[in-house]
Write a protein that binds this ligand. Structure first.
Ligand code: 48F
Length: 267
């Protein structure tokens, strides 16, 4: 076997040309999902499957959010019905622990959720932090129209480097416990009157139910799914069970898809 010789300049040019072309295509999308945890990966899969141009910005250099850490870093995760259907759709093996209660391997769940989101056409950009929002105000109506992003490494370094902005028809906060996008909205766009109340202590079933129930649009153009829903609404945390995150991701996608359908019919 003879390995192809490649000049250093060719490697650099390929990376620059490929990446710039790729990112250029993503400067205006239908949906920007922030966070590639269970809620963000699930949402982006359904959004992309429905034909919406979807980009996921993930702070870390890996996907999965809280999936990999599971319950105290143990390798099997708990998922309850009907969220098992979402995992079956992506080909994740499940074993039945009790009726309606299933176990999934965390690495498999993480890999298959991410793979199926990418396969559906979602674009996942790793190592990028959303640290601000783009907004417009007209006739007392304020709308979120995109996100402001920075390399996570630049933020960690503390260097003063201006960020770039990406426009999006809808922005979804899937950042987990800290509800980071909503926090920015609450702090920097006071006219939205957003109060981030902080999650309550653990109550598994109530948390899962309320998170799915309260998943949706927070203000025009701004949506929330996953654990950030509990942080916004001061509902209980659910701890190491993942069904609610998957169902919340699916629900926010369905709401946005429906919104796009309505806009197309009207416009
Ligand atoms: O934390 P995370 O997994 O949120 P989730 O999808 O699921 C919560 C559960 O994992 C778990 C639980 C049991 O079900 O309680 O906590 O709601 O994933 C959030 C992802 O968002 C990224 C973060 O690195 C993680 O991968 N993230 C957070 N803030 C930002 C961000 C940000 N400002 N910009 C980009 N990514």
């Amino acid at each position: 076997m003879r390995i192809k010789e490649v000049d250093e300049a060719v490697v650099t040019k390929a990376i620059l040309e490929g990446s710039l072309k790729y990112l250029h295509e993503l400067t205006e999308v239908d949906v920007a999902v922030v966070g590639a945890g269970p809620a963000g990966l699930t949402a982006s899969r359904y959004l992309a499957k429905a034909g919406l141009k979807t980009v996921v910005f993930e702070r870390r250099l890996s996907f999965g959010g809280g999936i990999g850490g599971g319950g105290m870093q143990l390798p099997m995760l708990v998922v309850q019905s009907p969220a098992d259907e979402i995992l079956r759709e992506v080909g994740c093996n499940l074993t039945t622990y009790r009726e309606g209660v299933y176990l999934a391997n965390s690495s498999e769940m993480l890999a298959k959720l991410a793979y199926s989101a990418v396969k559906a056409g979602a674009h996942i950009i790793l190592g990028v932090t959303v640290d601000d929002l783009i907004y417009r105000s007209e006739e007392n109506r304020t709308r979120i129209v995109g996100v402001v992003v920075q390399w996570s490494s630049v933020i960690i370094s503390g260097l003063h480097v201006d960020p770039l902005a990406f426009k999006a028809g809808a922005v979804v906060d899937c950042t987990g416990h800290d509800a980071e996008v909503l926090s920015v909205a609450s702090r920097k766009i006071p006219e939205l009157n957003l109060m981030i109340q902080g999650e309550k202590a653990m109550w598994v079933s109530e948390s899962e139910r309320l998170i799915v129930e309260k998943t949706g649009e927070v203000s025009p153009g701004l949506y929330v799914a996953g654990m950030a829903v509990a942080t916004l609404n001061q509902t209980p945390r659910m701890g190491p069970i993942f069904g609610g995150m998957l169902l919340s991701g699916k629900k926010v996608a369905e709401i946005i898809i429906e919104r796009y359908k309505q806009n197309r019919t009207q416009g």
